[in-house]
Write a protein that binds this ligand. Sequence first.
Ligand SMILES: Nc1ncnc2c1ncn2[C@@H]1O[C@H](COP(=O)(O)OP(=O)(O)OP(=O)(O)O)[C@@H](O)[C@H]1O
Length: 771
Amino acid sequence: MAVDNGTLPSGTRDREIGAEQAHLDRVYRRLEEKIHEAEFLMHDAAQRGQVGTPGALAERDAQVFRAGVHLNRLNNEFEDFLFGRIDLLLGKDGKKGPDGAYTSIEPADDAIRPDGARQVADIAETLHIGRIGVLDADFSPLVIDWRAPAAAPFYRSTPVDPGRVVRRRVIRSKGRKVLGVEDDLMRPELTAHLDGEELPALGDGALMAALGQARSHSMRDIVASIQAEQDLVIRAPAASVTYVEGGPGTGKTAVALHRAAYLLYQDRRRYAGGILIVSPTPLLVAYTEGVLPSLGEEGQVAIRAVGSLYDQPDGAEATVYDEPPVARVKGSSRMLKVLRKAARGVLERPDAPTLLRVVAFGRRLELEADELARIRQATLGGSAPVNLLRPRARKLLLDALWAKSGSANRHSDPELAAELRSSFDEDVASEDAFLAFLDAWWPELTPRLVLAAMADEKRLGRWSRRVLNPGENRRLARSLRREGLSVHDVALLDELQTMLGTPARPKKKRELTVSDSWGLDQLSGLEELMPQREETQRERAERLAQERVEYAHVIVDEAQDLTPMQWRMVGRRGRHATWTVVGDPAQSSWSDPDEAAAARDEALGTRPRRRFELTVNYRNPSEIAELAAKVLALAMPGTASPKAVRSTGVEPRFAVVPDGDLGASVRAEAEALLDRVDGTIGVVVAMRRRAEAARWLAELGDRVVALGSLEAKGLEYDATVVVSPAEIADESPAGLRVLYVALTRATQQLTVVSGERDEPDAAGVPDLLRD
Ligand SMILES: Nc1ncnc2c1ncn2[C@@H]1O[C@H](COP(=O)(O)OP(=O)(O)OP(=O)(O)O)[C@@H](O)[C@H]1O
């Protein structure tokens, strides 16, 4: 095989790029034809509109909508629209699938022949892979959608198990221009010919090219370089629970996002119910938000931070992080018992009315405090949602007043007696005094109201007796008195919403949009180029959350971090869903992983699990991965680190700061890194130093970001500065695991800054990072 190690004729690269350019030109010509088809459709639809019957008008609207979306999409110049190519040997059975490609994975027995000492073969099929599929006018595939079965060998083939693939090529293009190609040979020993010419291989391979690129503040898709073990997860059937574990940088988040796009492609009808991706922080949501649109999927997927899963009526967002001891209480399933008592006990307010006085049948009737308390207790028996018990409370009040009125024995005839009772009820229940009393005595409760009541330490103490100790009770009440919602409060609010229930109200009918009226059945021909919805991802997420619907598939990223209460909240959104759960126990910031695992199992129910493991670290160079492994050995002895796939030759740097001068030193280290890397720099500090660190770095521009250790979850930077490992490790019972997360965020360079507390040695290496 002709490999480009400097020996290939100089024109080979230009010729190969020229061939790909010719193919891309052909694809664009075909796309232009499709634009004309779409324009024709719009024109035709406008004509139909003139007919004027309601049916014709609706049809016109639908057609104009579809054609408009279609045009829009086609007119967009996709970066990397076409990104891959595979050159394949003849298949075993010579059969073609619906996309026009041969279906066999294995080569035919005589595909490879000996030729003296060499093995030779002819390329029987060349497929181009892209973000969406495009068929030529004769239905031959010009571009295969990356999610189609025929594209799977592009990802699955390896030199150990090449199947029919001889050469895998990644094509770099921008708009209509091919910029370069990177080849990987799956059968390097083979001399293969295409159209009589020997097949050359150019470049160092696409993966290394992708991994070496500078990072920005948005994650990129990895569609051109998905690796075989990742592809297995992405294409796993969506039955029950797909469970994926892997260390830092193994591509769990990337795989989860590509899986969402794959599932939609596979079964759009099934996932019309929506896919929910739960992410640990708003920062990670912002970082990953662009990946699905780049894969051609937006509308059906909602990416939400776990702290904004429950929509506040006032649109408030949870921004506060609780101190670890408080977070531990709020996240624990012990809170369930406390919340149940609070949701009911909150009706006993100090300012609740203690006397009901009405006039009925000309008599004054009264119910006093102890009678009212008995009625409340009788109403609250059982576990029905409190807000739904108001009609029952009203009924029991009327019963008690009726008994007091002495009218029960006025008639022996049951019909007359019933009539009298009903006119009594009508009289009393329409009386202003009764209505005002009911509103004050049994108001409609909101989760925020109950949480606010729990801020009163004495009342909370009554509800948490024998569940929380006095110290926990005090800290919890104090945290609820503070301004702003914490991330952990959100799961409590969501639980309370379930306990309180929402009284039935007349429903506002959602406006029927064109895309709703146009069923998926009716799509034809052009759909490979069209998104199905006009809503953006964010709008869709907001609408789904507002309607509090359940989802058809739930993907949980950084699953190791969900607390038991958060698992309950997420579980309620996927009671009938299939699930993909990705995580790494070694990165868990939750202090009691066993309790969280039990809650996870409860949320996922008895659905069978299919487990996958990702084993290769694509983020950190080996120099950084080796340092992080020392903390892993302390945090989770016996756990294997993922293998780093590359090395940069740059060892981590250790800096020691005389106490008191931390800010200036950290700023100097970050500034130095600005010259050494092209992309972003993350400075990770203990949570309590977040605000301070933002001030230290304020003038360094937007390539530098200050992060609390918990906020660093899932993110990555070209370079990181980790400030005082000991401070991060001491901050919570899960501190060593949080430090492990902090140390594994860099793609190029790492600087560790230590203070006295870190006990650095002469070389500046802190105690925690020494052998
Ligand atoms: N096949 C691949 N080709 C190119 N880049 C890849 C590939 N797989 C992963 N990466 C890159 O490696 C980095 C780490 O991926 P990702 O963030 O998905 O890992 P993770 O397992 O979620 O990490 P963590 O557990 O630390 O959050 C990302 O920049 C991602 O784009």
